[in-house]
Design a protein around this ligand. Structure first.
Ligand code: ADP
Ligand code: MG
Length: 420
């Protein structure tokens, strides 16, 4: 079957209830249905999942979806099952399943019922799974969060490196790689490591015109500054990112003492507490979540109004991802980062214990963050340039939405002249 025989608009309505494709979805889906290797770069919230879900649902066989996080997979499977009366239409295959569950999953795949099989990369490496998958009809392989394959991405996972080898064993299958990480280096790594340099690439713009970018110098008054900021945004939802668990706890406490409803979130809290705090934020029982970067993946709260970085992020990539959680609904989203060179040195020291190759990458990424924090040019232009995108802050959408454009810094030399 190819794209000419399938009315994908009809299928979109039937399965997802949407009247229109978003952005590049239609072109991507056609490319995949035509059995071409396809590479999709779209910002978070751009609608990447549908690019492989729809082709999976309308084709014969099972699509394998590789995804790094069990929690993300579970969410997606539940959502897909909501689209159909058949439970087995989407399955997860991972180490948490019982023997009985595995038998059921395999039965549903063999019978052709299962259209989407979500797997973690480590499950796909297991020989018995590979041997089983060799015996059934696979429609294509989707690699979600494909930047995990690159050391230059913000979430490197070594297991992603084995994928190419395993996919080859399953036959000559079309591959679709998807990511929200757009730096040219990461893109190149993905295409090379998945052996799909022939892929048709679809890249959406990374501009988020409704986000306002601001950097403030971090002083010892940073906490009262944050409190003032939050009080100016009373009743609004926001995230505060800190580097360490200790800092998360400390800031959450300071906010609470100052009458702001806030909860901490970090990997040191037990799973139950984490889930509870996340739910409290989603349900708006609290306004603010103070978190390490452990918080946010897969969080789809549309009306986050501010994202504050108490400490600078490790890379501009991370910064873009973390600030991207603001203003998903298209409304206001204030992205405020506190910057001090001391923090940079702290991060560098932190990295110095790591292997040399990792250190070099870490330092290089960090230098970009420093350059962003210290620049006097349009921050949006700077960020988009980092992602290989041209932006003109005079004419581009959201061009005046940052501190540098709104209040241009007066150069030191110029100031000298004024004084004279
Ligand atoms: P990504 O993986 O790119 O971050 P998702 O696949 O999670 O994005 O989709 C983000 C949101 O966009 C979801 O809530 C999804 O339902 C919605 N969405 C996707 N495609 C469409 C469409 N064609 N029309 C309307 N909403 C869509
Ligand atoms: Mg996604």
């Amino acid at each position: 079957m190819n794209s000419n025989e399938i009315d994908i608009h009809k299928e979109l309505k039937k399965y997802f209830g949407f009247g229109q494709f978003k952005g590049l979805q239609e072109q991507v889906i056609k490319s995949l249905l035509n059995k071409q290797n396809t590479f999709v770069i779209m910002p978070t919230g751009g609608g990447k999942s549908l690019c492989y879900q729809l082709p999976a649902l309308v084709q014969e066989g099972t699509a394998i979806v590789v995804s790094p996080l069990i929690a993300l997979m579970k969410n997606q499977v539940d959502a897909i099952r909501g689209l159909s009366s058949e439970n087995g239409i989407a399955h997860v295959l991972n180490s948490s399943l019982t023997k009985t569950e595995i038998t059921q999953v395999k039965k549903d795949i063999t019978s052709g019922l299962t259209k989407l099989l979500y797997v973690a990369p480590e499950s796909l490496t297991k020989e018995e799974n590979v041997n089983f998958l060799k015996t059934v009809k696979i429609s294509f392989v989707a690699i979600d969060e494909a930047h995990c394959i690159s050391e230059w991405g913000h979430d490197f996972r070594p297991e992603y490196r084995n994928l190419k080898h395993i996919i080859k064993q399953l036959g000559d299958l079309p591959i679709i790689g998807l990511t929200a990480t757009a730096t040219p280096k990461v893109q190149e790594d993905i295409l090379k490591n998945l052996d799909m340099c022939d892929a048709t690439t679809f890249k959406a713009s990374f501009n988020r015109p409704n986000l306002y970018y601001e950097v403030r110098t971090k002083t010892k008054n940073v906490e009262s500054d944050i409190i003032r900021f939050i009080k100016q945004h009373k009743g609004k939802s926001g995230i505060i990112y800190c580097l360490s668990r200790k800092k998360v706890e400390a800031i959450a406490h300071v906010l609470q003492v100052n009458g702001i409803s806030a909860v901490p979130y970090h990997a040191g809290l037990d799973a139950k507490t984490r889930a509870r705090h996340q739910d409290m934020f989603l349900m708006e029982d609290v306004d603010v979540v103070v978190a390490t970067i452990a918080f946010g993946m897969g969080i789809d709260k549309p009306d986050v109004r501010f994202v504050i970085h108490h400490d600078i992020p490790k890379s501009l990539e991370s910064y873009y991802q973390e600030t991207g959680r603001a203003g998903r609904d298209g409304g206001e989203g204030h992205c405020l980062a506190y910057y001090s060179y001391k923090d940079v040195e702290k991060l560098e020291k932190f990295m110095s214990g790591k292997p040399v190759a990792e250190q070099e990458i870490g330092f290089a990424l960090l230098q970009e963050v420093v350059a962003y924090a210290e620049t006097s040019m349009s921050r949006r232009k700077f960020l988009l340039h980092y992602f290989g995108e041209e932006f003109d802050s005079e004419t581009g959408e959201g061009g005046d939405m940052d501190d540098n454009v709104r209040n241009p810094k007066v150069k030191i030399e110029a100031q000298d002249q004024v004084v004279k």
